[in-house]
Design a protein around this ligand. Sequence first.
Ligand SMILES: [Zn+2]
Ligand SMILES: [Zn+2]
Length: 362
Amino acid sequence: MELKEIGIVRNDFEEPQGPDVMRDSESVIEVHSEYEEGLYEIESNNFLQILFYLHLSEGFDLVASRRHGGERGVFASRSPHRPSPVGATVVKLLERNGSELKVRGLDAVNGTPVLDIKPYADPFDSSSPAEEERKEDPRGTIRELIERGDTGKLLLEAGRLHGHFCPYLSLGVVAAQYAVSELENVEPDMEDGVGIVETNSCFSDGIQYVTGCTFGNNALVYRDYGKTAFTLAYRDGPGIRLYFSEEDFLEEEYPEARELFEKVVEEQNGTEEEERQLKEKWREVGFDLVTRSAKDLFDIDRIDSPDLPDYAPIYEDEYCEGCGEKFMAPKGIEKNGRSLCRDCAGEGYLQLDGSGLKEISG
Ligand SMILES: [Zn+2]
Ligand SMILES: [Zn+2]
Protein backbone atom coordinates (compact mmCIF):
# COMPACT_ATOMS: atom_id res chain seq x y z
CA MET A 1 0.00 0.00 0.00
CA GLU A 2 1.38 3.36 -0.91
CA LEU A 3 -0.11 6.74 0.01
CA LYS A 4 1.16 10.15 -1.05
CA GLU A 5 1.02 13.42 0.84
CA ILE A 6 -0.54 15.69 -1.78
CA GLY A 7 -0.70 18.78 0.40
CA ILE A 8 -0.76 20.19 3.89
CA VAL A 9 -3.34 21.93 6.10
CA ARG A 10 -2.71 25.48 7.31
CA ASN A 11 -4.86 27.02 10.05
CA ASP A 12 -4.71 28.47 13.58
CA PHE A 13 -5.20 25.18 15.39
CA GLU A 14 -2.06 23.64 16.84
CA GLU A 15 -4.12 21.16 18.85
CA PRO A 16 -7.42 19.44 18.10
CA GLN A 17 -10.48 21.45 19.21
CA GLY A 18 -14.10 20.40 19.64
CA PRO A 19 -15.74 19.60 16.31
CA ASP A 20 -18.14 22.56 16.71
CA VAL A 21 -15.26 25.03 16.78
CA MET A 22 -13.46 23.48 13.84
CA ARG A 23 -16.61 23.07 11.77
CA ASP A 24 -17.01 26.85 11.65
CA SER A 25 -13.38 27.69 11.03
CA GLU A 26 -11.47 28.33 7.82
CA SER A 27 -8.37 26.49 6.71
CA VAL A 28 -6.11 26.62 3.70
CA ILE A 29 -5.03 23.43 2.01
CA GLU A 30 -1.65 23.99 0.36
CA VAL A 31 -1.45 21.46 -2.43
CA HIS A 32 2.14 20.55 -3.34
CA SER A 33 3.16 22.05 -6.68
CA GLU A 34 3.65 18.70 -8.40
CA TYR A 35 -0.08 17.97 -7.86
CA GLU A 36 -1.47 21.43 -8.66
CA GLU A 37 -2.62 20.42 -12.15
CA GLY A 38 -4.94 17.93 -10.47
CA LEU A 39 -7.00 20.88 -9.18
CA TYR A 40 -8.13 21.76 -12.71
CA GLU A 41 -11.87 22.75 -12.64
CA ILE A 42 -12.15 22.10 -8.89
CA GLU A 43 -13.91 25.48 -8.51
CA SER A 44 -17.08 24.00 -10.00
CA ASN A 45 -17.65 22.14 -6.71
CA ASN A 46 -19.20 23.72 -3.65
CA PHE A 47 -18.20 20.89 -1.37
CA LEU A 48 -15.13 18.71 -1.23
CA GLN A 49 -14.27 15.59 0.65
CA ILE A 50 -10.83 15.82 2.26
CA LEU A 51 -8.91 12.73 3.33
CA PHE A 52 -6.03 13.42 5.68
CA TYR A 53 -3.46 11.62 7.78
CA LEU A 54 -4.09 11.93 11.53
CA HIS A 55 -0.39 12.48 12.25
CA LEU A 56 -0.83 13.27 15.98
CA SER A 57 -2.91 10.19 16.68
CA GLU A 58 -1.27 7.32 18.53
CA GLY A 59 -2.70 3.83 18.96
CA PHE A 60 -6.36 2.84 18.94
CA ASP A 61 -9.05 0.98 20.87
CA LEU A 62 -11.62 -1.04 18.97
CA VAL A 63 -14.29 0.08 21.43
CA ALA A 64 -13.95 3.36 23.28
CA SER A 65 -16.12 5.60 25.42
CA ARG A 66 -17.65 8.63 23.76
CA ARG A 67 -17.42 12.28 24.74
CA HIS A 68 -21.13 12.42 25.63
CA GLY A 69 -21.27 9.04 27.37
CA GLY A 70 -21.76 5.48 26.16
CA GLU A 71 -19.40 3.36 24.08
CA ARG A 72 -18.89 2.86 20.36
CA GLY A 73 -16.77 0.72 18.12
CA VAL A 74 -14.04 2.62 16.29
CA PHE A 75 -15.71 2.02 12.90
CA ALA A 76 -18.95 3.44 14.26
CA SER A 77 -17.27 6.64 15.41
CA ARG A 78 -15.16 9.55 14.17
CA SER A 79 -12.47 8.94 16.77
CA PRO A 80 -8.98 9.94 15.55
CA HIS A 81 -7.52 6.82 17.18
CA ARG A 82 -7.92 4.26 14.41
CA PRO A 83 -6.01 1.28 12.99
CA SER A 84 -5.56 3.35 9.81
CA PRO A 85 -5.32 6.91 11.10
CA VAL A 86 -7.15 8.57 8.22
CA GLY A 87 -9.59 11.44 8.69
CA ALA A 88 -12.32 12.30 6.21
CA THR A 89 -14.30 15.53 6.28
CA VAL A 90 -16.67 17.25 3.91
CA VAL A 91 -15.74 20.94 3.61
CA LYS A 92 -17.08 23.94 1.80
CA LEU A 93 -14.76 25.25 -0.89
CA LEU A 94 -14.60 29.01 -0.43
CA GLU A 95 -11.87 29.99 -2.87
CA ARG A 96 -8.99 28.68 -4.94
CA ASN A 97 -5.77 30.63 -5.33
CA GLY A 98 -3.44 28.64 -7.54
CA SER A 99 -2.40 25.64 -5.50
CA GLU A 100 -4.17 26.87 -2.36
CA LEU A 101 -7.74 25.96 -1.46
CA LYS A 102 -9.51 28.03 1.16
CA VAL A 103 -12.12 25.82 2.84
CA ARG A 104 -14.51 25.94 5.78
CA GLY A 105 -15.22 23.07 8.16
CA LEU A 106 -12.01 21.06 8.04
CA ASP A 107 -11.44 19.43 11.45
CA ALA A 108 -7.70 18.91 11.00
CA VAL A 109 -4.95 20.79 12.85
CA ASN A 110 -2.23 22.96 11.36
CA GLY A 111 0.38 20.87 9.55
CA THR A 112 -1.87 17.86 8.90
CA PRO A 113 -0.78 15.96 5.77
CA VAL A 114 -3.54 15.77 3.15
CA LEU A 115 -3.89 12.43 1.32
CA ASP A 116 -6.67 13.12 -1.17
CA ILE A 117 -9.34 15.57 -2.32
CA LYS A 118 -12.56 14.54 -4.05
CA PRO A 119 -15.72 16.38 -5.03
CA TYR A 120 -18.56 15.64 -2.62
CA ALA A 121 -21.92 14.73 -4.13
CA ASP A 122 -24.96 15.52 -2.03
CA PRO A 123 -26.99 12.31 -1.69
CA PHE A 124 -30.11 14.40 -2.35
CA ASP A 125 -28.83 15.45 -5.77
CA SER A 126 -27.32 12.31 -7.15
CA SER A 127 -28.73 9.06 -8.34
CA SER A 128 -27.84 6.81 -5.45
CA PRO A 129 -29.21 4.03 -3.30
CA ALA A 130 -30.72 6.85 -1.21
CA GLU A 131 -32.69 7.99 -4.23
CA GLU A 132 -34.05 4.49 -4.89
CA GLU A 133 -35.09 4.27 -1.27
CA ARG A 134 -36.96 7.54 -1.57
CA LYS A 135 -38.87 6.29 -4.59
CA GLU A 136 -40.11 3.41 -2.45
CA ASP A 137 -40.80 5.44 0.65
CA PRO A 138 -40.80 9.19 0.04
CA ARG A 139 -41.21 10.14 3.69
CA GLY A 140 -38.82 7.54 5.11
CA THR A 141 -36.07 10.01 5.95
CA ILE A 142 -38.51 12.46 7.51
CA ARG A 143 -40.02 9.70 9.64
CA GLU A 144 -36.56 8.68 10.81
CA LEU A 145 -35.74 12.26 11.78
CA ILE A 146 -39.03 12.51 13.69
CA GLU A 147 -38.32 9.28 15.54
CA ARG A 148 -34.83 10.47 16.42
CA GLY A 149 -36.22 13.82 17.53
CA ASP A 150 -33.79 15.54 15.19
CA THR A 151 -35.69 18.82 14.92
CA GLY A 152 -32.58 20.65 13.71
CA LYS A 153 -32.35 18.50 10.59
CA LEU A 154 -36.13 18.65 10.13
CA LEU A 155 -35.96 22.43 10.18
CA LEU A 156 -33.13 22.40 7.67
CA GLU A 157 -35.27 20.32 5.33
CA ALA A 158 -38.45 22.31 5.99
CA GLY A 159 -36.51 25.34 4.79
CA ARG A 160 -36.57 23.79 1.30
CA LEU A 161 -40.34 24.08 1.33
CA HIS A 162 -40.62 27.40 3.12
CA GLY A 163 -37.80 29.32 1.44
CA HIS A 164 -36.34 30.86 4.55
CA PHE A 165 -35.77 30.13 8.22
CA CYS A 166 -37.84 31.96 10.80
CA PRO A 167 -39.17 31.47 14.34
CA TYR A 168 -42.67 30.39 13.29
CA LEU A 169 -41.41 27.80 10.82
CA SER A 170 -39.41 26.34 13.72
CA LEU A 171 -42.43 26.39 16.01
CA GLY A 172 -44.35 24.43 13.37
CA VAL A 173 -41.53 21.89 13.18
CA VAL A 174 -41.38 21.49 16.98
CA ALA A 175 -45.17 21.19 17.32
CA ALA A 176 -45.44 18.68 14.48
CA GLN A 177 -42.50 16.56 15.64
CA TYR A 178 -44.04 16.35 19.09
CA ALA A 179 -47.55 15.57 17.89
CA VAL A 180 -46.44 12.87 15.44
CA SER A 181 -44.24 11.19 18.06
CA GLU A 182 -47.00 11.31 20.66
CA LEU A 183 -49.56 9.79 18.29
CA GLU A 184 -47.02 7.27 17.05
CA ASN A 185 -46.43 8.29 13.49
CA VAL A 186 -49.77 9.15 12.02
CA GLU A 187 -49.23 8.81 8.30
CA PRO A 188 -51.27 11.02 6.04
CA ASP A 189 -51.07 8.75 2.99
CA MET A 190 -53.41 6.40 4.80
CA GLU A 191 -55.74 9.37 5.30
CA ASP A 192 -56.25 8.15 8.82
CA GLY A 193 -54.36 11.02 10.28
CA VAL A 194 -55.55 14.56 9.78
CA GLY A 195 -53.85 17.81 10.69
CA ILE A 196 -55.78 20.95 11.50
CA VAL A 197 -54.01 24.28 11.29
CA GLU A 198 -55.59 27.44 12.63
CA THR A 199 -53.34 29.88 10.78
CA ASN A 200 -51.79 30.14 7.35
CA SER A 201 -48.50 31.63 8.49
CA CYS A 202 -44.94 30.28 8.39
CA PHE A 203 -46.06 27.95 11.21
CA SER A 204 -48.23 25.93 8.79
CA ASP A 205 -45.27 25.11 6.55
CA GLY A 206 -43.38 23.54 9.45
CA ILE A 207 -46.52 21.52 10.16
CA GLN A 208 -46.99 20.43 6.55
CA TYR A 209 -43.40 19.42 6.00
CA VAL A 210 -43.05 17.38 9.18
CA THR A 211 -46.50 15.76 9.40
CA GLY A 212 -46.95 15.28 5.65
CA CYS A 213 -50.54 16.49 6.10
CA THR A 214 -50.93 18.85 3.17
CA PHE A 215 -53.42 20.75 1.14
CA GLY A 216 -52.80 18.36 -1.75
CA ASN A 217 -53.36 15.05 0.03
CA ASN A 218 -56.49 16.27 1.83
CA ALA A 219 -55.01 15.42 5.19
CA LEU A 220 -54.78 19.09 6.10
CA VAL A 221 -57.74 21.05 7.37
CA TYR A 222 -57.62 24.82 7.59
CA ARG A 223 -59.67 26.50 10.31
CA ASP A 224 -59.61 30.23 9.89
CA TYR A 225 -59.09 31.21 13.55
CA GLY A 226 -55.82 33.07 13.09
CA LYS A 227 -54.24 31.23 16.05
CA THR A 228 -50.81 29.66 16.14
CA ALA A 229 -52.29 26.28 16.92
CA PHE A 230 -52.24 22.83 15.43
CA THR A 231 -54.15 19.62 16.03
CA LEU A 232 -53.09 16.20 14.85
CA ALA A 233 -55.70 13.48 15.15
CA TYR A 234 -56.70 10.03 14.05
CA ARG A 235 -60.10 9.93 12.43
CA ASP A 236 -61.38 7.69 15.19
CA GLY A 237 -59.44 9.63 17.86
CA PRO A 238 -57.38 10.40 19.81
CA GLY A 239 -55.87 13.72 18.89
CA ILE A 240 -53.53 16.27 20.32
CA ARG A 241 -53.68 20.07 20.10
CA LEU A 242 -50.75 22.42 20.58
CA TYR A 243 -51.27 26.12 21.07
CA PHE A 244 -48.34 28.56 21.11
CA SER A 245 -49.10 30.59 24.20
CA GLU A 246 -45.77 32.27 24.61
CA GLU A 247 -46.00 35.18 22.19
CA ASP A 248 -44.21 37.35 24.76
CA PHE A 249 -41.52 34.76 25.06
CA LEU A 250 -40.18 35.47 21.58
CA GLU A 251 -39.91 39.18 22.36
CA GLU A 252 -38.30 38.58 25.71
CA GLU A 253 -35.84 35.95 24.54
CA TYR A 254 -34.85 37.60 21.29
CA PRO A 255 -35.40 41.37 21.66
CA GLU A 256 -32.96 42.23 18.85
CA ALA A 257 -34.85 40.07 16.37
CA ARG A 258 -38.11 41.68 17.47
CA GLU A 259 -36.75 45.19 16.94
CA LEU A 260 -35.44 44.34 13.49
CA PHE A 261 -38.73 42.67 12.58
CA GLU A 262 -40.68 45.78 13.53
CA LYS A 263 -38.46 48.00 11.45
CA VAL A 264 -38.01 45.82 8.39
CA VAL A 265 -41.32 43.97 8.10
CA GLU A 266 -43.98 45.89 10.03
CA GLU A 267 -42.85 49.42 9.20
CA GLN A 268 -41.23 48.47 5.86
CA ASN A 269 -38.51 50.87 6.85
CA GLY A 270 -35.30 48.83 7.02
CA THR A 271 -32.09 49.29 5.08
CA GLU A 272 -30.71 46.48 2.95
CA GLU A 273 -28.17 45.80 5.69
CA GLU A 274 -30.95 45.53 8.28
CA GLU A 275 -32.85 43.15 6.02
CA ARG A 276 -29.78 40.98 5.82
CA GLN A 277 -29.34 41.18 9.60
CA LEU A 278 -32.95 40.18 10.16
CA LYS A 279 -32.59 37.18 7.90
CA GLU A 280 -29.49 36.11 9.83
CA LYS A 281 -31.08 36.78 13.22
CA TRP A 282 -34.22 34.86 12.27
CA ARG A 283 -32.17 31.92 11.15
CA GLU A 284 -30.30 31.99 14.46
CA VAL A 285 -33.52 32.23 16.48
CA GLY A 286 -35.08 29.50 14.33
CA PHE A 287 -32.29 27.02 14.93
CA ASP A 288 -32.25 27.89 18.62
CA LEU A 289 -36.01 27.37 18.97
CA VAL A 290 -35.87 23.81 17.64
CA THR A 291 -33.56 22.87 20.51
CA ARG A 292 -36.36 23.66 22.98
CA SER A 293 -39.02 21.23 24.02
CA ALA A 294 -42.61 21.44 22.83
CA LYS A 295 -43.76 21.34 26.44
CA ASP A 296 -41.96 24.61 27.16
CA LEU A 297 -43.38 26.39 24.13
CA PHE A 298 -46.93 25.14 23.80
CA ASP A 299 -50.08 24.50 25.78
CA ILE A 300 -50.78 20.87 24.95
CA ASP A 301 -54.15 19.14 25.22
CA ARG A 302 -55.22 15.60 24.46
CA ILE A 303 -58.49 15.29 22.56
CA ASP A 304 -60.45 12.05 22.79
CA SER A 305 -62.86 12.45 19.91
CA PRO A 306 -61.76 15.18 17.54
CA ASP A 307 -64.26 16.79 15.20
CA LEU A 308 -62.98 15.92 11.73
CA PRO A 309 -64.38 16.10 8.21
CA ASP A 310 -65.15 12.93 6.25
CA TYR A 311 -62.72 11.37 3.83
CA ALA A 312 -62.21 13.48 0.72
CA PRO A 313 -64.97 12.60 -1.76
CA ILE A 314 -64.22 11.71 -5.37
CA TYR A 315 -66.36 13.99 -7.54
CA GLU A 316 -67.57 13.40 -11.08
CA ASP A 317 -66.29 15.62 -13.84
CA GLU A 318 -68.37 18.07 -15.77
CA TYR A 319 -67.53 20.36 -18.66
CA CYS A 320 -68.47 24.03 -18.52
CA GLU A 321 -70.76 25.08 -21.38
CA GLY A 322 -69.13 28.49 -21.30
CA CYS A 323 -65.36 28.01 -21.32
CA GLY A 324 -65.24 24.26 -22.00
CA GLU A 325 -62.99 23.62 -19.02
CA LYS A 326 -63.48 20.58 -16.83
CA PHE A 327 -64.53 21.03 -13.20
CA MET A 328 -65.74 18.94 -10.25
CA ALA A 329 -69.50 18.53 -10.73
CA PRO A 330 -70.74 19.88 -7.36
CA LYS A 331 -68.77 23.10 -7.92
CA GLY A 332 -70.83 24.00 -11.00
CA ILE A 333 -73.79 26.38 -11.35
CA GLU A 334 -76.98 25.93 -13.42
CA LYS A 335 -77.79 29.25 -15.02
CA ASN A 336 -80.36 29.87 -17.77
CA GLY A 337 -80.44 26.14 -18.53
CA ARG A 338 -76.66 25.99 -18.96
CA SER A 339 -74.20 24.16 -16.78
CA LEU A 340 -71.38 26.59 -16.00
CA CYS A 341 -68.26 26.83 -13.89
CA ARG A 342 -68.35 29.41 -11.11
CA ASP A 343 -66.10 31.71 -13.11
CA CYS A 344 -68.35 31.77 -16.20
CA ALA A 345 -71.48 31.99 -14.04
CA GLY A 346 -70.05 35.08 -12.38
CA GLU A 347 -70.68 33.53 -8.97
CA GLY A 348 -68.86 34.30 -5.77
CA TYR A 349 -66.30 31.90 -4.37
CA LEU A 350 -64.08 31.27 -1.40
CA GLN A 351 -60.41 32.10 -1.59
CA LEU A 352 -57.61 31.23 0.81
CA ASP A 353 -54.98 33.95 0.73
CA GLY A 354 -52.65 35.89 3.00
CA SER A 355 -55.61 37.31 4.88
CA GLY A 356 -57.14 33.89 5.55
CA LEU A 357 -60.30 32.50 4.02
CA LYS A 358 -62.19 35.18 2.17
CA GLU A 359 -65.51 35.34 0.36
CA ILE A 360 -65.05 36.93 -3.05
CA SER A 361 -68.25 38.16 -4.65
CA GLY A 362 -69.01 37.42 -8.28
ZN1 LIG B 1 -41.28 32.23 7.54
ZN1 LIG C 1 -66.41 28.13 -17.52
